[in-house]
Design a protein around this ligand. Sequence first.
Ligand code: NAG
Ligand code: NAG
Ligand code: NAG
Ligand code: NAG
Ligand code: NAG
Ligand code: NAG
Ligand code: NAG
Ligand code: NAG
Ligand code: NAG
Length: 473
Amino acid sequence: MVSLPRESMELEQILKIGLILFFLWSSSCLPVASVVDATGAIRFRNDTDHLSLLAFKDQITHDPLNALSSWNDTIQFCNWKGVTCSWKHKQRVVVLDLGSLGLEGSLSPSIGNLTFLHRLNLGNNNFFSEIPLELGRLRRLKNLILSFNSFQGEIPSNLTYCSELRILALSHNQLTGKIPASIGNLSSLTLLSLHFNHLGGSIPDDIGRLTTLKYFGVGANNLTGTIPSKLYNISSMQEFSVAQNELQGSIPSDIGITLHSLQSLKLSGNQFDGPIPTTLANASRLEVICIPDNHFSGRVPSELGRLRGLHLLNVEQNHLEGGDAKGWEFLDSLTNCSRLTVLSLYDNMLGGMLPNSVVNLSSQLQVLNLGKNHRISGRIPRGIENLANLDWFTFDDNLFTGAIPESIGKLVRLERLGLSSNRFTGQIPVSLGNLTLLTELYLEQNNLQGPISPSLGKLQHLSILDLSTNRLT
Ligand SMILES: *[C@@H]1O[C@H](CO)[C@@H](O)[C@H](O)[C@H]1NC(C)=O
Ligand SMILES: *[C@@H]1O[C@H](CO)[C@@H](O)[C@H](O)[C@H]1NC(C)=O
Ligand SMILES: *[C@@H]1O[C@H](CO)[C@@H](O)[C@H](O)[C@H]1NC(C)=O
Ligand SMILES: *[C@@H]1O[C@H](CO)[C@@H](O)[C@H](O)[C@H]1NC(C)=O
Ligand SMILES: *[C@@H]1O[C@H](CO)[C@@H](O)[C@H](O)[C@H]1NC(C)=O
Ligand SMILES: *[C@@H]1O[C@H](CO)[C@@H](O)[C@H](O)[C@H]1NC(C)=O
Ligand SMILES: *[C@@H]1O[C@H](CO)[C@@H](O)[C@H](O)[C@H]1NC(C)=O
Ligand SMILES: *[C@@H]1O[C@H](CO)[C@@H](O)[C@H](O)[C@H]1NC(C)=O
Ligand SMILES: *[C@@H]1O[C@H](CO)[C@@H](O)[C@H](O)[C@H]1NC(C)=O
């Protein structure tokens, strides 16, 4: 027998399957129209993918936007909504993009038959099954996006066979169990997003083998233990996000040198301790340092002022200290961060005189929170109106003295002004009536005197006003 060239063999295969199917379908009394098109010609297709898609559709119990109504046999399956077929292998599905369609149901294991799939996006729907092990058969898969669903059960360790994976996004589901060490085999992974699940146990050492990772997100789970030190060696890392877990340990002092590409560091709501490493300033692209609700101690490093792109510095609820000029040097240095939008030092152990340089912080600053440090003293400095974009200004629970300056009325974008539990004296400034966006005004527990300015009547959006425990008349 003469051997056929490869292409003809494939063609023959397709013909055979097409013909067999024709007979199967006609004998089972399904409308022949689905196999014979309008021109009367038999339409040959790769029925593995066709049947896989039908089996997928079969498991969808609710389709509120009728997204899958086009998935019928009046058109070829490569033209169904969300389906893209290979340009070369015409009957093979390479992309299934069905994000944000309100689809509800389970994910059919038949998905594992779409073996040419490069990209599977079912993000932001209501899938509630387990993640099928059959996904491990998708050897060509690069992007797997199942975020924002209700997937249950464990992360299938079979995903280790999807060795081409770049993006693995499983965040915002109901996943339980541990993070499989075998994810460490996915050597091309750039994004690993597992946050907002119920994952427990520790972060496996093997994750440190993902040397091309740019985004590591495991926040809002129940992870315990320390961060494997190898993770701090992934020099491609841009976003490192482990917030809201039960992680502990200190942060390596050279983090900003080993993770020199870091743009965002989110450690909030854990039990990290030790100092804030000064080398963070070496990661010159850092924009977000969000580390509240931990046990960090020592000073806020003044080196952080070298981060010209710093956008958010939130160190709330730690044990940071600094009662003298040295301890406040960081504030002077932060005046160089012209994009700073949020600075929160709330609930630490800072004390001593607030430097006047606070008025030279970025005019883009929206949140300035120094509350609940108990021991910060000084006055609200002249020039505070420079911070013209502030919408949160909170100095509560400290030792501030002097009068509340009239110029505070120039911060017309303020929504929340908290000056309670200090030692402010004098009258309530009439200019507060200009802060027409104010929703919360806390002036209680001070030594304010005199009449309550009628101008406060202009504050139409005010929902909380506390003037108690003063000497107002
Ligand atoms: C998918 O493949 C499995 C074998 O892995 C097979 O049993 C099943 O019939 C296939 N399903 C479809 C819809 O093609
Ligand atoms: C089948 O899909 C076509 C193309 O989107 C659509 O016009 C038609 O209404 C669909 N038929 C059914 C029965 O949903
Ligand atoms: C897991 O993946 C492997 C490798 O692709 C595959 O052979 C196996 O069938 C998959 N397991 C299941 C249950 O599908
Ligand atoms: C994946 O990683 C695990 C543990 O890290 C290892 O034992 C296993 O052999 C690896 N499997 C593959 C298919 O690479
Ligand atoms: C973490 O575990 C505790 C106790 O087992 C549980 O109450 C809590 O809901 C879990 N949190 C998450 C995010 O899974
Ligand atoms: C990090 O990388 C450096 C340099 O390649 C190496 O010396 C060190 O052992 C690595 N640390 C870890 C914990 O892998
Ligand atoms: C980190 O920054 C400091 C201060 O500018 C500098 O002296 C040091 O050389 C930097 N380290 C590295 C490894 O770039
Ligand atoms: C701000 O940056 C300039 C230029 O690099 C530097 O000379 C100055 O000392 C910095 N100011 C503070 C307060 O760190
Ligand atoms: C604020 O900046 C201005 C202009 O750069 C400077 O003249 C002034 O001394 C600074 N004020 C404080 C308190 O640092």
